[in-house]
Unconditional design. Sequence first.
Length: 330
Amino acid sequence: MVPCYNSADYLQRCVDPVLPYGDQVELLLVDDGSTDQTPQLADELAASHSFIQAIHQPNGGHGQAINTGMAHAHGNYFKVVDSDDWLDQEKLAQALAFLSKTIADQQPVDMLIANFIFDRVGSHHQKVMNYPQLPVRQRFGWDQVHFPFGKYLLMHSVIYRTKLLTEEAHLQLPRHTFYVDNIYVFEPLVYVKTMYYLDIDLYHYFLGRDDQSVNDAVMITRADQQLRVNRIMLDFYVRHQDINPKLQSYLRKYLQIITTITSVLLIKQNTKGSLAAKKQLWKEIKDGDKHLYRQFRRNSFGIVVNLPGRVGRKMTVATYNIAEKLYGFS
């Protein structure tokens, strides 16, 4: 499914790689109250292709668009592709062939993992996020999973079994909130038992637009929404302790990265309110799970984001900027 908001300039690029596989897919275009030509373009695409459905809703944000997509999905597997991103047409054929075989063999997997490419405006070098430590072309569970630092599952790299999202995880993302893709890839993992990794560069993640939600300046202005997502993930983690230890370790590390990003954004805002919000977040971690808090605080990132005073905050931002360039985790 494709969440669409004012996407007229690039929606066709997103849809084109999927068109040759119309007999194998159901393409849901969820128009989230767009004010440009997106609604008309979505309707035209739906009118021209029987496997495309255009769904229009009042603006509810990225999360509500995904909720709507899940509610309308009839396929066995569910993939979110943001409207300014796209899938590699040739690699999509390989993914569809594998997924079709799991259905034909009556052996579906809970989650398919594939690589994604960072496509940055003006850059001739494409960075690939792959997972060389995962078993390749075999089913595996959490006991066989290892993610080194900087290698995390993002929305771009996963395809979930649809009923896992809708009937087992009962996933519902918050409305009018950015950065909910972190919740999307975090909460369902508790219900994932079987995984499969295709070492193919399937997803193109487009970066570099000035108005993009992951633009650093934009993220600073939306630190409150990052904080909201962080709190939802923290609450979920605290409520789900009785899980596979390897999975729990992965969720903890991922939550720590999200908490680091939130803390730095609040420091970058540098207002009385934002600094108080950062302090409150760390208090909530301590109150919710003292063991988790100790692990976070003793980690190098936990130490860095809690350096005291104005000089400490400057050091925090400088250290984070270096780490972000090295690992690209924001």
